[in-house]
Design a protein around this ligand. Structure first.
Ligand code: FDA
Length: 307
């Protein structure tokens, strides 16, 4: 029951101001977001890579209000690419982007987001890596998929995310699996109405398995974005049934969540990519992590009370 309340708070400016200003918030945030700027994050990248893990990097931010902020977001990613270059990690360190941060919701936002994301995809390709487009709320997805298709004409490795909780996703998965895309499948993290999304956890899990089967049987590159032990085991089994080798799919998890499992899968020879977010505009990202697990909220509330 708490999840939807926290997700509603994630869109409230008043809650944003309250929570962002609380002195203890930072300690809890650090568990999920290990840095505020690119200087903080380069050692984290090195450390994860040294442990046999791969990365997808997210400069946090969304719901911007003017084109200058969208250009600043683009520049933050370009700086990140610059800083990754000497590490020579290639596709072991890719980028994840939210198109809302690149201006998608502003007037003329589809073209604006495309014009801001393209230079990031080009810069990533120059250092031998790629970009994945995150999935945000359902109203943004037609534009996201159109931008994905457009980028893939020049950069076929550009990836995208699909969300198992949406009714539309089984059809999206069939289309993407046939076109040979890199696709990250997640359960879905936004507050969506019953008219477009499953609300029941078990129904979402069943949809996840159906969609993952489609991706595994297709010609693309499936990326299993989940911490759920059952889905991870099913993912391995579906990959095996589809005759995929270990380098023909991968697991992805969020920084700070089930870290032992990251290392276990990597040690077993799996490609294991850690979604690592950093930056100052962490509110929306942090609130979605609280919503996913009520115990996080209890920990957060306890640390507020004991200070
Ligand atoms: P589930 O929520 O059932 O969690 C399984 C277990 O994992 C829990 O029992 C708990 O042990 C642990 N766990 C999960 N979340 C936790 C948390 N926040 N704190 C502590 N423990 C936690 N969503 C989206 O809509 N668009 C996107 O682009 C992305 N991108 C993305 C990338 C990657 C790499 C991942 C892993 C996830 C996303 N998501 C996302 C988020 C996704 O939709 C979903 O909300 C979370 O992954 C939680 O769902 P699980 O599949 O982990 O299962």
């Amino acid at each position: 029951m708490l999840g939807p309340v926290i997700l509603a708070a994630s869109r409230s400016d008043r809650m944003r101001r309250l929570i962002s200003a609380a002195p203890v918030t930072k300690q809890v945030v650090d568990r999920f977001i290990p840095g505020e700027d690119v200087d903080d994050i380069v050692p984290v990248v090195r450390d994860l890579a040294d442990n046999g893990l791969e990365l997808t990097m997210d400069v946090v931010g969304e719901d911007i209000t003017n084109p200058a902020q969208a250009a600043a977001a683009r520049d933050a990613y370009l700086e990140l690419v610059d800083r990754l270059k000497p590490l020579e990690l290639g596709t072991r360190a890719e980028m994840s982007v939210k198109l809302s941060m690149f201006g998608q919701a502003l007037e003329g936002g589809h073209e604006l987001a495309l014009s801001n994301v393209r230079p990031v995809v080009e810069a990533a390709a120059e250092i031998g890596t790629t970009v994945t487009l995150d999935a945000e709320d359902h109203t943004t997805l037609d534009s996201m998929f159109a931008i994905h298709e457009e980028l893939r004409k020049d950069f076929p490795q550009t990836g995208c995310v699909i969300q198992a909780y949406l009714f539309r996703t089984e059809a999206d998965a069939r289309r993407l699996a046939e076109s040979g895309s890199r696709v990250r499948l997640v359960k879905g993290a936004y507050k969506e109405p019953a008219s477009v999304a499953y609300q029941d956890k078990h129904e979402i899990d069943r949809a996840y398995v159906r969609i993952l089967r489609t991706l595994m049987e297709g010609t693309g590159y499936p990326m299993i974005g989940s911490h759920d032990p059952r889905l991870i085991a099913i993912g391995q089994e579906l990959a095996h049934q589809a005759g995929r080798k270990l380098d023909e799919y991968e697991f992805q998890m969020l920084y700070g969540i089930r870290t032992d499992e990251h290392l276990r899968l990597a040690a077993e020879g799996h490609r294991m990519r850690v979604y690592t977010a950093y930056g100052t505009d962490w509110y929306g990202y942090f609130m979605r992590r609280l919503a996913e697990k009520p115990a996080n909220l209890r920990f957060f509330a306890r640390s507020m009370l004991t200070k």
